[in-house]
Ligand binder design. Structure first.
Ligand SMILES: O=C(O)[C@H](O)[C@@H](O)[C@@H](O)C(=O)NO
Ligand SMILES: [Mg+2]
Length: 384
């Protein structure tokens, strides 16, 4: 008898965070404070469950009742392709109510459930292209915090620390509004110069800049990065303007990478590639609609002989890197001198992406995506 999906629940629970987002959604260190997180659990009639941390506002009760449950309840949880397509086709009629991010969360939970049912890590189900991946250090955005990331010298000092920690690549997020004086091409160039001078030529460096520079500002910044031998240039302009990225990529030698945030799943990524708007493609499980869609973008990039770098940390993106070698790095972050990324939050028993002295992350051996949830803590802290 085939097992079918029987329960789909989102538990909103309280936990402790030591970062917070600013008015523009960029994350910075903050004093410990209580926050609400949410855990999506999909359970089948055999009692197997798939779980993933989600952003509650993307999986509100109305989204679950109107789209997710009608499409999934009673279905075979292993039929991810069929279920993903069924949900993706509901997006048009949902008129923005069913986001790519929501699709991604559901897909991740189904992959986690499959891993638990089969007793295998998801990266093994994806083909086991590798069992370890080098991490790059992805910094938080610049700030105004003394000894934080307030000056080019702060970025340089933090970069030296990150290299001593074992990282062989570092991506800067420089100063962005609402930080005073941001955005500033000159300040970005000063920070990138200071970091290159501090770590020397042997470390790969990348810049993820203010997302709304003009073409001419992005060109000036890109040309400076070329002189500093940076490895890639990320999101300096509004990503909805594919033609701007095509123009920029044609003007620069440094690889332009994207898109990170564009809606449209693997379809938009195909347009960026065929438009010549990027030299390195970008994907991510929460950006494109889950692992099912992200694997499509990895294979698309491979067919054009271009790398496809995975956006973001976490078990889903780490598992995805087991499906490919044309994504060269795991984005570990966001990091900051005043934030301990390795500290285990109360709702976990351990983190999924520890690095060794060489900056390497071993893919998890636990079944499923590999998250080590403290389910007793989550149950005791659930508020809905
Ligand atoms: O919320 C965001 O914009 C992302 O977290 C971003 O800060 C960071 O993850 C990124 O851009 N990485 O490439
Ligand atoms: Mg980015």
């Amino acid at each position: 008898m085939t097992s079918t999906i029987e329960h789909i629940e989102v538990a909103v629970f309280t936990t402790v965070a030591k970062t917070a987002v600013d008015a523009h959604g960029h994350r910075h260190p903050s004093p410990a404070h209580e926050v609400c997180e949410a855990l999506l659990t999909i359970t089948d009639t055999d009692g197997a469950s798939g779980r993933v941390l989600v952003q509650p506002d993307h999986l509100r009760p109305t989204v679950l009742d109107k789209y997710i449950r009608p499409a999934l309840l009673g279905q075979d949880p292993l039929d991810r392709e069929r279920l993903w397509t069924s949900l993706a086709r509901k997006q048009r009629g949902a008129h923005g109510g069913l986001t790519d991010r929501a699709l991604g969360f559901v897909d991740l939970a189904l992959w986690d459930l499959a891993g638990h049912r089969l007793g295998l890590p998801v990266w093994k189900l994806l083909g086991g292209a590798r069992d370890a991946v080098p991490a790059y250090a992805s910094t938080m955005c610049g700030d105004e915090t003394p000894g934080g990331l307030a000056t080019p010298a702060d970025f340089a000092a933090f970069a030296v620390h990150l290299v001593e920690r074992g990282y062989r690549a570092i991506k800067l997020h420089t100063w962005m509004p609402p930080v005073a004086g941001a955005p500033s091409v000159a300040l970005d160039i000063a920070a990138c110069t200071a970091v290159r001078e501090a770590v020397g030529p042997g470390v790969e460096l990348m810049l993820d800049a203010n997302h709304w520079y003009s073409r001419t500002e992005a060109l000036k910044l890109g040309r400076a990065l070329q002189e500093l031998d940076y490895y890639w240039f990320e999101e300096p302009m509004e990503e909805a303007s594919i033609s701007s990225y095509r123009w920029l990529a044609e003007q620069l030698d440094i690889p332009v990478i994207g898109p990170e945030t564009s809606w449209g799943k693997n379809f938009t990524r195909a347009e960026w590639v065929t438009a010549g708007a990027c030299d390195i493609l970008r994907t991510g499980t929460t950006d494109v609609g889950g692992i099912t869609a992200a694997v499509r973008t990895l294979h698309l990039a491979e067919a054009f002989n271009i790398d496809c770098e995975v956006h973001g940390n976490g078990s889903g993106n780490l598992s995805l890197l087991g499906a490919t070698t044309n994504g060269r790095w795991y984005e570990r972050g966001l990091l900051h001198p005043h934030f301990d990324f390795d500290e285990v939050p109360p709702h976990l028993n351990s983190i999924v992406d520890a690095i060794d002295d060489e900056g390497i992350v071993r893919l998890p051996q636990r079944p499923g995506l590999g998250d080590d949830f403290d389910l007793d803590y989550i149950k005791a802290s659930t508020i809905n």
